[in-house]
Structure formats: C-alpha cells, structure tokens
Design a protein around this ligand. Structure first.
Ligand SMILES: Cc1cc2nc3c(=O)[nH]c(=O)nc-3n(C[C@H](O)[C@H](O)[C@H](O)COP(=O)(O)OP(=O)(O)OC[C@H]3O[C@@H](n4cnc5c(N)ncnc54)[C@H](O)[C@@H]3O)c2cc1C
Length: 450
C-alpha cells in the first residue's frame, strides 16, 4: 500500500467513485465532505430515518447502492472527514481543511489531490429574485429530500433547463404541485435534440417519468416564456412572465422556484497539475456538467489517471461514456435554451453585497476586474462571485476568471469563508486509518420506495 494518502474533496458521486477506485488500487484515501453525510447534490440524505423519498430515477438509486457496496468493501483504506470544508492546497501537497464540528483547521500533506466539489446553480437575475419566497430549484429539492415536504402555498416554477422539469414533477409527487411550470425554451423546435435523448435509455426514462407526472397532475406547462419580474404584495409574490410572442401573464403565488441550469464550479480551486510529484485533478460536475452517471465515470477516470501519474505510467484515455454524456448535455441545452439569456430592468446582480446592474454600470467603461471587485464590490462577498460572475461578464465583458482574481494570484485561499479563531488553531492532521471505521449511509438512504 502507498504511504501518503490521496486527498479527495467532495462526497458526491464523483468524489465517492474516485475514493473507492483509488482505494481499490491500494491507495489510502482521506475523503473530505462538508456535510454530515455522503451523497452530494443528487443523493442528498433525509434528515431522519422516517423520511423516505424516491425523487430521482431508479437507475441513480441502483448506481449509488453499488457505489456504497464498493465503499464498504474497502473499509480501512478510506477515512472520511465529515463536516469538514476544504479551504485550499498549495503546489507542494499541503492542504487546509476546516473541521467545523470542532471549530479548528487541519493541515494535511497528501500524495495527490482530487477535487470533486460539484456544480453551482445558475440563475439569470431579474427584479425581485432576492425576495422572501423565491428559492432556487436546488434549494427546493434540498428541502424535499431532507424533509420529504415543501413550504405550504401556491408555487410557480420558472426558468430553463432540465432541473425545473424535474423539480416541478418532484414537487407534485410530494403533494405540492406547482400552479404552473414556465420554461424559457421551446423544446419542440429542436426535434433533433429531442431525438438524441433516445440515445440514453436512462435519461429518456427519467424524462418520461417526470413528463407523465406533470401530465397526470395537470400542471400547466408554458414554453417560450421567461420571467420579467417578481414583486412583493403583502405576503404574496406577484410574478410577471412574457412569451416570445409578447403575451404577458401574471401569477399571484406564495413561492417562486427558479433555475437556469447548472454551471461547473472552479472558483478558487487549485489548478490542475499532471505532475507526478503532486498531481491535482478535478472531477465530476465541478469540472464539467455531464450528469450524475457521468460524474461516477469521471470520478473513476480521474482516480485511474491520478494512480498513473503517481506511478509515472502513461495516463489512460477518457472513456467513451464521457463523450456520450457530453453529446447528451449539448442536446439538453439546445432543447431548453440554456445558453440564451436576457437581463430586464435593474435587478440585483450581487446578492451578497446587494449591488445592482446600475451600480455596475456606474463604475464606467474600461474598469479592470481588480477595480470592479475593490471599488464595485462585485465578486467579493461570501459566495466569491459564484452567483454574479456570469452577469458581470455579460454586462462588462470581464471574464469569470478575471473577476475571481485568477490573473492576479494562482489560487484563491480560502475557498470558503473561515473564522480567524479556526485559522489560529491549525492542527496537523494525523492520517491513521484503522482507528475509525468509515460511516456508511443510513439504511433508508438507498431505498427506492416512496
Ligand atoms: C441542485 C442540483 C440538483 C440536481 N438534481 C438532479 C436531479 O434531479 N436528477 C439528476 O439526474 N441530476 C441532478 N443533478 C445533477 C447531479 O446531482 C450531478 O450531476 C451529480 O451529483 C454530480 O456529482 P458530483 O460528485 O460531481 O457533485 P455533487 O453531487 O454536487 O457533490 C459535491 C460534493 O462536494 C461537497 N463539497 C463542496 N464543496 C466542498 C468543500 N469546499 N469542502 C468539502 N466538501 C465540499 C458537497 O457537499 C457535495 O457533497 C442536480 C445537481 C444539482 C447541483
């Protein structure tokens, strides 16, 4: 067995697949997960054992169960740090991890680093997206998966991309059918792309399943229609949407669920390196949005590549499955107009600092990324530009990398806000493995019953 452990960040499908594959290749692994369970975005675990959900396709449940079985088979080679947030790593293998349970920061030295921290949700700003009652599709899913319930009242689901379709069906299955599903794209105008879905049996089956729930529950499905604004009126939200043909519709609702798809997330991550001394690789959704099945494939591929780099052996080629997933994602983007965007009015762009589009324009033309951050305060809040960077780019042309400071520093520590008290108590991390058994999923985590 190799001596120094490999650090894998993220306990979603990609991170777990990578950790398991590394352990099966006789590497010791430290798997770091910020939450108290594994599962990532798709297999978010219920808050207690009484809650059982089956929100996603059955093949996802089967895949996750298989991954868990492989994980139990390599106990002793993987140590899982829960409630622990990866803060960054330097080029020589030193990483900082905040142990949130004990309020201290651990410093670890690893043989290699594999980062699988998942995607970020993309939201096109509109006036009112910061109001109480507005939440992202991911937030709505999180509530459903953790509690099995949703906020009472009338809910409107608006945006673009496959996630809103899934969430509308999932809300309906949980007894909270939305008053309407409003999609900016017009899927039937891209029959070629729709045909491509047939190439993936599991995606096609999942789409059909969601579609049949939406039909059965008679949820009105408007396409070619985008949101204009939302405003608060007493305790309700007034939401205005407009179609491609200029038809305006207004909804009075209690909850507004929004999403414009997912984006890869490399903000602040250590750059990838194929050095044999200290390889750094990214995998899963944070590298490229390819879906949950491909995230498992990508995690395993990154693990094989890392093993080869550590040995100084030739690196493997990516599997054919990843290329298939890429084509499928391109078709989904085409079907749901994920690449199209338009800003109306003067919406808040940076929710961390409450800065609007007009604040950005007031900075004037020709401002550098540095000035936009320091003078305009865009990209400097706790989310570090994860939410505003796409809009800043659209309005000013400043790229996401420039806004996140990549042109000025190689990496951006810490990746997440950390208290000074925690940083002041940096403790070297002991990597003994056999002392602690790994904590597997609770029994209901892989149930497929509702
Ligand atoms: C909101 C949302 C909803 C989705 N819904 C569906 C769906 O309904 N159906 C479907 O098929 N696919 C869905 N997907 C896509 C699917 O979840 C992903 O393709 C898949 O989970 C990607 O796996 P991953 O391991 O790359 O990332 P993730 O599953 O996102 O896992 C990343 C893990 O890293 C952890 N992490 C992040 N940052 C840190 C840090 N600094 N330190 C320590 N840990 C960290 C996170 O807590 C998480 O557990 C959804 C994705 C998102 C984001």
């Amino acid at each position: 067995m190799c001596d120094a452990p490999v650090l894998v960040i993220g306990g979603g499908p990609a991170g777990v697949a990578a950790a398991v594959s590394l352990a099966e290749s006789d590497h010791r692994v430290v798997l770091v997960e910020q939450r108290d369970r594994l599962g990532g975005a798709i297999h978010r675990q219920p808050a207690n054992r009484d809650i059982v959900h089956s929100l996603h396709g059955r093949h996802h449940t089967r895949n996750w169960r298989a991954l868990n079985e492989r994980l139990s088979a390599v106990q002793g080679k993987i140590r899982i740090l829960y409630n622990s947030v990866f803060l960054g790593a330097d080029d020589t293998g030193h990483a900082l991890i905040e142990d949130r349970a004990l309020g201290r920061t651990l410093s670890a030295k690893a043989a290699g680093l594999l980062v699988a921290v998942g995607a970020i949700e993309h939201i096109e700003p509109f006036e009112g997206w910061q109001l109480p009652g507005v939440m992202t599709a991911g937030g709505a899913q999180l509530m459903l998966k953790e509690t099995g319930r949703f906020v009472p009242g009338r809910t409107l689901v608006v945006g673009s991309g496959p996630l809103i379709f899934a969430v509308a069906a999932q809300l309906a299955s949980a007894g909270a059918p939305p008053v309407a599903l409003v999609e900016r794209g017009t899927p039937w105008r891209a029959p070629g792309a729709a045909f491509r879905l047939l190439a993936s049996r599991s995606t096609f089956a999942e789409t059909m399943r969601y579609g049949s729930i939406i039909l059965r529950k008679r949820i009105p499905y408007k396409t070619g229609t985008g949101i204009v604004r939302a405003e608060a009126s007493g305790s309700v939200l007034l939401v205005e949407v407009t179609s491609d043909t200029g038809r305006i519709a207004r909804y009075e609702v209690d909850n507004l669920v929004i999403s414009n798809g997912l984006r890869s997330n490399q903000i602040g991550l250590p750059r990838t390196s194929e050095s044999s001394v200290y390889p750094i690789l990214h995998a899963g959704d944070c590298r490229e949005i390819l879906g949950a099945d491909a995230a498992i494939e990508d995690g395993a591929f990154a693990a094989r590549k890392l093993v080869a780099l550590l040995k100084g052996a030739p690196t493997p080629s990516p599997s054919h499955e990843l290329e298939k997933a890429r084509k499928l994602q391109a078709a989904l983007r085409k079907l749901t107009s994920l690449d199209h965007s338009e800003l109306v009015g003067d919406p808040i762009i940076c929710r961390c600092e409450g800065m609007k589009r007009s604040d950005l324009l007031k900075l004037g033309n020709g401002r550098s990324a540095f000035e936009t951050r320091l003078v305009g305060r865009f990209g400097t809040g706790p989310c570090q530009g994860r939410f505003c960077r796409a809009s800043v780019n659209r309005i000013t042309g400043i790229s996401a990398e420039e806004l996140s400071g990549r042109n000025h520093q190689e990496q951006r520590w810490p990746l997440r806000p950390v208290s000074i008290a925690s940083l002041c108590s940096v403790t070297p991390f002991q990597t003994e493995f056999e002392q602690e058994p790994i904590l597997l999923q609770p029994a209901n985590a892989v149930s497929s019953k509702r």
